[in-house]
Design a protein around this ligand. Structure first.
Ligand SMILES: Nc1ncnc2c1ncn2[C@@H]1O[C@H](COP(=O)(O)OP(=O)(O)OP(=O)(O)O)[C@@H](O)[C@H]1O
Ligand SMILES: [Mg+2]
Length: 266
């Protein structure tokens, strides 16, 4: 369980970046964080794992306060990060070493390393690339290796900070399906994204606007609110299509199904 309790944060005194933010993310949830450029999403991600500390209020992970430096290692082990540019994360010269490196660092026993390597590489379908150089892979493959390296560490939470923004639709879809599978297996997924299509697979959306939490709820309620356009967000294609046909009736819980129906009729 990850909790923000009345968190305030600024980089420069007097220029507030996060204001009075409170929410709790339960173990196993899949949460999308959305909002315009510069609204504070990456700052929130860094506050989550103690890379940044609140100026006021508290961030706790399983009741461990991120401001207690002695416990930070524990938090770093439990919260994994996947960034926009996977190259920034690579430190070794083969895909296999990339996964093994982190495990050796936290002193996982040899035989266990092999199990975890196999599991993580299979999860991202990169079995055929174990000896490849990470830097020579395609963007989508690089991102999958970065994910494998994190998955192998068995964190409880993975934060994807615009991890799909440099990928083509197929690469995005692959990463999205890996996220869904990890979530299905019980991992907590936090996905920071500008792609409204992707948030449809989250259970919960946090909308950030100028450092404040403006919305916290499920995607259906989120896309029902007419204010989405005010936050420079685009409605997903399926929602737009649905509204085109049904602009006079409110969105219903089975709108996805109805869009599918419309799609096949027209
Ligand atoms: N290291 C820093 N020093 C000073 N200001 C910073 C720093 N990092 C971010 N900021 C500022 O804090 C605000 C929030 O930035 P943040 O990176 O959290 O936004 P974001 O929502 O992740 O944006 P994007 O969608 O562009 O990634 C911005 O105004 C940004 O300029
Ligand atoms: Mg960001």
């Amino acid at each position: 369980m990850l909790t923000f309790d009345h968190v305030h944060f600024y980089y420069k005194k007097g220029q507030s970046v996060i204001e009075n933010m409170s929410f709790t993310i339960e173990t196993g949830e899949s949460v999308a964080i959305v909002g315009a450029n510069g609204c504070g999403k990456s700052t929130i991600a860094k506050l989550m794992d103690g890379l940044l500390l609140p100026k006021e209020g508290r961030v706790t992970f399983k009741n461990i306060d991120t401001s207690r430096p002695t416990d930070l290692d524990k938090i770093h082990e439990q919260i994994g990060f996947v960034f926009q540019n996977p190259e920034d994360q690579f430190i070794t010269t083969t895909v296999m070493d990339e996964v093994v490196f982190g495990l050796e660092n936290i002193r996982v026993p040899r035989e266990e390393i092999l199990n975890r390597l196999n599991y993580a590489i299979q999860a991202v379908q990169m079995e055929d690339y174990l000896d490849s150089m990470p830097h020579q892979l395609s963007g989508g493959q690089k991102q999958r290796v970065a994910i494998a390296a994190i998955v192998a560490m068995r964190p409880e939470i993975i934060i994807f900070d615009e991890a799909t923004s440099m990928l083509d639709p197929q690469g995005r879809e692959q990463v999205r399906s890996i996220m869904n599978e990890l979530h299905r297996q019980g991992m907590t997924i936090i996905h920071i994204t500008h792609h409204m299509q992707e948030v449809l697979s989250a259970e919960r959306i946090l909308l950030i606007h100028e450092g404040r939490l403006e919305f916290d709820g499920n995607p259906l309620t989120f896309f029902e609110t007419a204010t989405v356009a005010d936050y420079q967000l685009e409605l997903p294609f399926a929602v737009r299509l649905y509204q085109m046909f049904h602009h006079s009736t409110p969105l219903t819980a089975d709108w996805k199904e109805m869009v599918r129906l419309q799609w096949s009729i027209n």
